[in-house]
Design a binder for this molecule. Structure first.
Ligand SMILES: Cc1cc2nc3c(=O)[nH]c(=O)nc-3n(C[C@H](O)[C@H](O)[C@H](O)COP(=O)(O)OP(=O)(O)OC[C@H]3O[C@@H](n4cnc5c(N)ncnc54)[C@H](O)[C@@H]3O)c2cc1C
Ligand SMILES: *[C@@H]1O[C@H](CO)[C@@H](O)[C@H](O)[C@H]1NC(C)=O
Length: 326
């Protein structure tokens, strides 16, 4: 028998939970921001969004990332109109000399170590593999449309408490996926916004490149957009102003890891993006507390966890046997 389930939040976490739960259960989503909205109070429309396995992850977090990758991989092949696409990835590090600390070595498709003579200056180790990127501006509306077709209800409302969401959705179980609002709704002091600034640049460059360690730099092609997202930076600044010096810095760093592929970009013509990630000290919280299943604290990896977190949410509601029953 299906249960009546309310979900707080229509970001990637709430939508993914609705997607995994809706074949069986009756779902109502209550959210302040919905796909198609562009406020800075939520994170999902502002993401890159690259599937870049998170290196500092517990075994359970690794499991969610793997399940999520498999979901997106299948979706990219089944339905390209979802905005999910497969790309070659190059990942550079300057904080390690080998992959002894990389849990996804040999797990990501076509994983290969790059010979050190082929690494850019300053980079100490690098790998290639095949990964994915999601265009949130396509994927979020695609998910909403799919869910509406399945009978999922969407109610626009800003709730003051989880109890209020329960009353509005008339549900017996609440999935709590409010992103940065979990600071109030779950009274979780570890939750805090983490500012990000990126830019959308028109180009036919079509591979993923990242650098980690002493800096955090990336180029992410965006399906069906004619361009890439480049970044990045993490900061605890709370204003949404575009930092112009940072644009110059990002472009310089990106040119260093792409052998100067973006030398001719005019920074006055790019589209600036500022957004806030729903950060949490200690990482994501996907946990049941009575009739509430929390799914928040995704930080800079909400897309990387989304469908894996959703499968864990379903397990917390239906028990571990649900997958075997499919
Ligand atoms: C610049 C930038 C780049 C990023 N790049 C990547 C990337 O490459 N890969 C990746 O995986 N992630 C990336 N992220 C992170 C990603 O965007 C987030 O982790 C993800 O969007 C979080 O999704 P969420 O659904 O948990 O939260 P959100 O998207 O913030 O959604 C929260 C939802 O809850 C609703 N809500 C909040 N409070 C209330 C309330 N009181 N009442 C009702 N509804 C409420 C909101 O309206 C919204 O619908 C990036 C983020 C930024 C800013
Ligand atoms: C890694 O990827 C880059 C960019 O596609 C390519 O030029 C290079 O030959 C690849 N190296 C290896 C070892 O796969």
């Amino acid at each position: 028998m299906g249960k009546s389930i309310g979900i707080i939040g229509a970001g990637i976490t709430g939508l993914a939970a609705a997607f995994i739960l809706s074949p069986k259960h009756e779902i109502t989503i209550v959210a302040r921001d919905m796909p198609g909205d562009f406020g800075t109070g939520w994170a999902s429309p502002w993401a890159g969004a690259v599937f870049h396995p998170q290196s500092a992850a517990t075994l359970s977090q690794q499991g969610m990332q793997k399940a999520c990758f498999e979901f997106y991989w299948a979706l990219a092949h089944r339905d390209p109109s979802s905005g999910v696409k497969v790309y070659p990835m190059t990942e550079y590090f300057d904080d390690r000399l080998d992959d002894s600390t990389i849990w996804y070595k040999g797990w990501m498709p076509e994983y290969r170590v790059i010979p050190s003579s082929h690494l850019p200056t300053g980079v100490k180790f690098g790998v290639n593999y095949t990964s994915l990127a999601m265009n949130p501006l396509i994927l979020l509306p695609w998910l909403k449309e799919t869910l509406v077709e399945r009978g999922v209800k969407f109610i626009r409302s800003e709730v003051k408490s989880i109890a209020e969401a329960k009353a509005i959705t008339k549900a017996s179980i609440i999935v709590h996926a409010s992103g940065v609002s979990a600071k109030e709704l779950a009274e979780d002091r570890d939750v805090k916004p983490v500012r990000g600034q990126t830019m959308f640049v028109k180009t036919d460059f079509s591979r993923l490149v990242m650098r980690e360690g002493s800096e955090y730099t990336y180029v992410i092609p965006r399906a069906a957009s004619g361009g890439v997202i480049m970044g990045g930076v993490k900061s605890d600044r709370l204003d949404a102003e575009v930092d112009v010096d940072l644009k110059v810095d990002i472009l310089t760093r990106v040119n260093r890891i792409t052998n100067g592929a973006f030398m001719n970009v005019d920074l006055n013509l790019v589209e600036d993006i500022v957004g806030f990630r729903p950060g949490r000290d200690g990482g994501p919280r996907v946990e049941r507390e009575g009739a509430v299943v929390h799914a928040y604290g995704m930080g800079g990896a909400g897309y990387i966890y989304s469908f894996g977190a959703a499968q864990k949410v379903r397990e917390l509601i239906d028990g571990p046997e649900w997958k075997a029953m499919l």
